[in-house]
Design a protein. Sequence first.
Length: 370
Amino acid sequence: MFKRYDNSSLAIWWRNIDKIILFFSLALLLSGNIFNFLSTSTIPSEKLYDSKYILFYKHFFFSIISFFALIFFSFIKDEKIKIYAITCFIFFTFLLILVSFLGIDVKGSKRWLNIFYFRIQPVEFVKPFFILIIASILVLDKYTYNTRFLITLPLIILVSFFLLIQPDYSQTLLVITIWMIMIFISGISLIFISILSSLIVFIMVSILFFFRDKFFYIFDRIFLWINKVEISFQSEQALNAIKSGSFFGRGIGEGILKEKVPEAHTDYVMSVIAEEYGIVTVLMIILVTIFLVIRIFSLSNLSKKSFNKLSLTGISSLLIIQSFINLGVTINILPSTGMPFPFISYGGSSIIGSGIALGLVLSISRKDIL
């Protein structure tokens, strides 16, 4: 595409970028638009907006922003990436705090802000920059390891506190899990991480019981999930859709799940795809996601810089955990959480946040930086 002696910024970027990660990222982004257009969004669009393709138009618009965010952050140079991380983390954390005061109340939760006619969920933008900030702290040579660990505590407490206020218990658990993975990878002893894990489990369970009125929906979902006889309506319909789709699906537009479950294009998007295109198609999406994560992990191992290792490990963990939580809810091995599948589920904040995360991966994993 570019000649070897071409030293333009674009040519240098193309020579050094990891094309496998770029290809898999764009494949997921494109797949999300295709399935949204053909299967998942038409019925909800008509019910919510009296327009057949309005949700697709929104999904496509957010995908364009996600694409440019991915490309923009992939161009960031090594010496500037921490500056961007600090600036963006402060800004989006401020928006996360604002949610508690100015957030939109939807079904008893405040998780979104209205900004210039757009509704955003700040936590989706906080997560990738939170990972980079934690990585930056854990590699500070002028402090002992214990001091570095203690410096990260106010950050995880701050983010977790304002997520719990919303309340958003599942995102809180996700952020804490990523933080603990990074702490463990950075070299903490197994005994200490075991004690820390036990303490966090105790605290999170205690929060559920002390603030039972605020988190009553979690108890309801867990009860329905444990009591298989009384499976929730959404889960039952999602499982039936997967069964009816079999290996190769019922055909484009032939699925009925999107007519029965309002959240089919978000929480249960994989069930809609399985119903119309078959389990084989869902497996292909899962394989692309797994290959993407494995590629990021492999580049993490190749990197000689501790910051790069921790950042790549954190973002790859974020992608794989979030994906499998969504799949776990779909097949009813986990209680409903509202966790989107990266790039595939409808949701502007999630799509753009995924683009930012993979743009940062492309920047950190460049050949001239590794």
